[in-house]
Design a protein around this ligand. Sequence first.
Ligand code: IPD
Length: 255
Amino acid sequence: MQIEDIAEAAREAGGIMLTARRPRIMEKSGHANFCTETDEKIQQFLFKRLSELAPEAAFLGEEDGQDVFEAKMSKGYCFVIDPIDGTSNFIHSYHPSVVSIALLSDGEPYMGVVYNPYDDMMFTARRGQGAYLNGERIMSSDVPLSDSLAVFGTAPYYPELRERTFDLAKKLLPLCVDLRRSGTAAWDLCCVAMGMCSLYFELKLQIWDYAAGALIAREAGCIVTDLEGKPLSYRGPSSGLCRARGVREIPGCFV
Ligand code: IPD
């Protein structure tokens, strides 16, 4: 399977995002957890297009409402899709929102594509073969955290994690130049991958939020783990900590 074909599907999906007008909004479980008819439309488009590319592949998509990885997904190919990562951004026209597509092979990340259609930025990575932005190789920053921006996610759907999230953010702030919050985890991981910031953390993510972005970040030289420094799970939800090359140790506030 060619990563260029997956990227082309992501580009077309991004076109659906750009042309959507006042989509219907549906509420899911958890605080301010929404889905729009555009999320559903893009997911259906991607299922169709990607199954033409790899008819044998399984699918795990955010709008299936599943948050568990099934045994069948750990064998052969499995696409893990977030049709719109940053749905709240999308609803409020706060950019960016991205299309995120990971391909797992035997349960391990094999290819990752993240596309930001607003700025026409296509991130791609194949395991062991580097990370690219619009075809140009990217590497994460080797500048220390003290001279870098850091970004974090608020785990918005899990109120029980709010206090710890903001406590960590408060402790991280004096260790870096400043903090940012974008509203899309896949984009945050790409921002660390391309060197715009040096660290990203979030206390709870679903696999479709990070599967593609984490591979892109890793291939750009980042260390991507859960908050305890353990390897990310590709079987279900996880916390996430992504460090650029210059952040050699896990900062003290996380330990
Ligand atoms: C969310 C975004 C957000 C992150 C949440 C994710 P969604 O994905 O990535 O930045 O904080 O944890 O669930 O719901 O917009 O696809």
